[in-house]
Design a protein around this ligand. Structure first.
Ligand code: ASP
Ligand code: MG
Length: 485
């Protein structure tokens, strides 16, 4: 048996300490919040539970775009945004909490946070600028609003619960606003100190995802999609047995079901594979979210809030034998572009690559994939299409005519990634991959494989993307997989 499969299914046979994270789509209506509370109650019967909650779907994006309008000097949209946000959350309170006293209390709490949000936006308007620090403060409001509501909904069905912000629970980060890193040693101590007494009393702490605070007490955020990360930080801090990420998909899949009809949910993947899959966007998960649990070997389950009978995917240190396959998934990243820079002057000139990447990094262009031919006369890079303009402008302004002689662009490509730890040391995988692709007349533009051999990634024209993914899914027989739904 593959280790963990029997424990979770009905959830409550063996007593465990669980961290359960609910995504934004799981809390965006009164009924869903009730459902989340019931779900927590079911598992609470025999387990210690900590909940981590994301912002209501759309809130973080909304907060980011309101910050943009403030920067552009457009103040009119602010009132509207505050009103809309207030309504969304008041409606959820209204429909999700039956007890009048609790409902009134929840309303007071929400009203207070909304009025603070209004003040923050007012302050930003006065200053006329949004610093990274104030932006983090601003975007923390999504989680700060959703989390207490879930906690009240739990109390409403008889579960003792307390809601806490990331700061209150003790998540200490550096001051790299927007992508802050938790300082794990202190964090672990603080979080366990805070949560242990609550768990002992049978209380369910409900913690805001995505948020921490730096050593000066400023609110920080830990990167988009960071609630998963919060869940794993908390889990590592309290020595949880498992982390469950409740979202709206059944689990990690062999391919995007929109491209491949027979795509299957994967039953088990290793941390290393999940890291690759996260990078390649199978279900968007911050790869960093895996760090705290890799160290502590705490398994993660990805489960569907709306399909709780489905076992989901478990991400663990060592998947069982039957789920060790050569290739597990084929994913594609679209909306990417390729830049090729070349020039005879690059040959044998140490520091060329550093200069190119440094220049791009300073201009906040993120490079997804790199390859250089051994002749050293050209370097190819893949990046998001949205960064293309910035990238070429930067390269032209700072390096063209100096280090590099020519810049070529293919502006609509897709990266295809084949992931599976069984590829390591197995001969013929690349031949199989490229053979399958070639059979369909697809041209491969660029290739990269790290020496970890966990993934093989290559670039094709965007128009060839779906065909390549389907061909590989078929070639490795991924539709015939481990589990029935
Ligand atoms: N609300 C944050 C975001 O949308 C964090 C999360 O949802 O995990 O990125
Ligand atoms: Mg989210």
């Amino acid at each position: 048996m593959a280790g963990y499969t029997s424990i979770w299914h009905l959830g409550s046979r063996i007593s465990m300490r669980l961290v359960m994270k609910f995504g934004g789509t799981a809390v965006d209506s009164p009924n869903k919040v009730r459902h989340v509370a019931q779900l927590t109650k079911t598992y609470k019967k025999s387990n210690d539970i900590v909940c981590v909650v994301s912002a209501v779907r759309g809130m973080t994006d909304g907060l980011l775009s309101i910050a943009d309008s403030v920067k552009r000097g457009d103040k009119t949209s602010i009132d509207e945004f505050v009103k809309k946000s207030a309504k969304i959350h008041f409606d959820i309170v209204q429909g999700a909490i039956s007890d009048k006293k609790l409902r009134d209390h929840a309303q007071v709490v929400v009203r207070k946070i909304v009025s603070e949000l209004k003040d923050v936006l007012g302050g930003i308007v006065l200053l006329g600028e949004v610093t990274p620090k104030s932006l983090d403060y601003l975007i923390s409001f999504g989680e700060r609003l959703s989390t207490p509501i879930v906690s009240f909904a739990l109390q409403d069905i008889g579960i003792k619960s307390i809601s806490l912000t990331g700061k209150e629970v003790g998540i200490l980060t550096d001051s790299n606003f927007g992508e802050a890193r938790p300082l794990m040693d202190t964090t672990k101590l603080r979080v366990s100190h805070k949560l242990e007494p609550m768990l002992k009393k049978g209380t369910v702490p409900v913690v805001t995802g995505f948020i921490g605070a730096d050593q000066y007490g400023n609110i920080t955020t830990i990167g988009r999609g960071g609630s998963d990360y919060t869940a794993t930080i908390v889990a590592a801090s309290i020595g949880a047995e498992e982390v469950w990420l409740w979202s709206d998909v059944d689990g990690l899949m062999t391919a995007d079901p929109k491209i491949v009809k027979g795509a299957q949910v994967l039953r088990e993947v290793s941390f290393a594979e999940a890291m690759e899959m996260a990078l390649f966007g199978a279900k968007y998960m911050h790869p960093r979210a895996l760090e705290p649990v890799i160290e502590t070997k705490i398994p993660i389950r990805i489960r569907n809030t709306f399909n709780i009978k489905h076992a989901g995917t478990v991400i663990t240190q060592n998947p069982g034998k039957e789920s060790q396959k050569i290739v597990k998934s084929v994913s594609a990243i679209r909306h990417t572009a390729l830049i090729d820079v070349s020039g005879g002057g690059m040959v044998g000139a140490p520091g060329t690559a550093a200069k190119i990447f440094d220049t791009l990094a300073k201009n906040r262009v993120n490079i997804m994939m790199i390859s250089q031919s051994p002749s050293e006369s050209s370097i190819s890079m893949v990046l998001r299409k949205t960064d293309l303009d910035k990238a070429t402008t930067t390269l032209e302004l700072s390096l063209l005519g100096k280090v590099i002689k020519q810049i070529n662009v293919v502006d609509d490509v897709a990266v295809i990634a084949v992931v599976g730890s069984g590829m390591r040391g197995i001969k013929g995988v690349a031949a199989k991959v490229f053979g399958a692709v070639a059979k369909h007349g697809v041209n491969v533009i660029m290739i990269a494989q790290g020496s970890s051999e966990l993934n093989l990634a290559f670039v094709v024209n965007s128009s060839d993307c779906d065909q390549a993914v389907r061909a590989l899914h078929r070639e490795f027989d991924l539709a015939r997989t481990t589990r029935k739904g």
